[in-house]
Write a protein of this length. Structure first.
Length: 321
């Protein structure tokens, strides 16, 4: 895609913020390189028990988001006066965005994109706009560098939401129906999966069904599975999660992001695989390298192997300097 066409067809961006002003400031700075013509600021409100300090943090996060927009842009403010909670705020905010837009790029306050994220996401949204076999575009790639990808992206069962994009056609279809989980569990959708993968996801969705998990992304992803829709995953990681730690809602493990290995550039033109078939092999690698690790379940030998591989890669980079 040439630069002129890219500038004329910029996709609306929506950010979802709460009470971490410094992260919001960094996020807006990252978005300023793309300069979308329309920006939605979707903000949750303070919790009652947070008192004046939390109210001030929420207000400062909103202020920094607004004053950081220093380019010609239509800013849409979707502000909650009081706390709605993560799931309700995200879902209602997405409802508002896709009531008005046919497609959008979506970022939470702690998910900071690299420059290559926006042109990649924009072209994928436009390339697959009318392809109902595709449900979304991820900005993250959790594969190890040992995997040799022959394309700029691949199709996956997993939609990673640390910076992503989708269309009104997909989100509104999901929101128009009641969420269900099949009696056969994860194996109903992916019968050839490993036992570890089946057990992992069945436990996740059992916890969601029982109310132990209150999140928005798991039911959304399982809807894509139900409809046999694929997600697009870039060959390099294009978004960094800067929000790990005790202030985060879910990503409290500071060691997770350090394991991301694919840190290269991903400039256009983008060459994809033929067809839209999800790669079971790459999805199994992602499950082992990302989802299992997030639960602390990677085996000792695999952890040692990854550690040695990272050190060798660093040494090679030093030699190349």
């Amino acid at each position: 895609m040439d630069k002129r066409k890219l500038s004329l067809n910029k996709v609306p961006v929506a950010i979802f913020i709460y009470k971490r002003p410094e992260l919001v400031k960094s996020l807006i700075n990252a978005i300023s390189g793309y300069q979308p013509c329309k920006l939605y600021i979707v903000a949750d409100g303070p919790k009652l028990e947070g008192g004046q300090p939390e109210s001030q943090l929420c207000a400062e996060a909103r202020r920094l988001a607004e004053v950081g927009v220093n380019w010609p842009c239509e800013v849409k403010r979707v502000y909650a006066p009081s706390n709605m909670g993560l799931r309700v705020r995200l879902e209602s905010g997405l409802d508002e965005v896709f009531f008005n837009e046919t497609e959008a790029i979506l970022l939470e306050e702690d998910c900071h994109p690299m420059p290559d994220f926006f042109p990649f996401c924009q072209e994928m949204l436009q390339r697959y706009h009318n392809n109902e076999r595709i449900g979304g575009i991820s900005g993250s790639c959790f594969l190890s560098k040992k995997i040799d990808l022959q394309s700029s992206y691949y199709f996956s069962r997993y939609l990673h939401i640390w910076g992503w994009g989708t269309w009104a056609r997909a989100w509104q279809a999901y929101r128009s129906r009641k969420w269900t989980w099949p009696d056969g569990g994860f194996q109903h959708y992916f019968p050839d999966s490993s036992k570890a993968e089946i057990d992992y996801w069945n436990k996740i969705y059992d916890r969601f069904k029982s109310g132990q998990l209150e999140t928005w992304d798991y039911p959304w992803m399982s809807y894509l599975w139900e409809k046999n829709m694929a997600s697009i995953t870039p060959a390099e990681n294009l978004v960094w999660n800067s929000g790990f730690g005790p202030e985060a809602t879910n990503t409290k493990d500071k060691t997770m992001e350090a394991q991301i290995e694919r840190k290269g550039r991903l400039p256009p033109p983008y060459h994809g695989p033929e067809g839209c078939e999800k790669s079971a092999t790459l999805d199994q690698e992602t499950f082992s390298d990302h989802f299992l690790r997030s639960q602390g379940k990677i085996g000792l030998w695999k952890r040692l192997n990854r550690s040695i591989s990272r050190r060798l890669h660093i040494l090679q980079e030093i030699r190349d300097i």
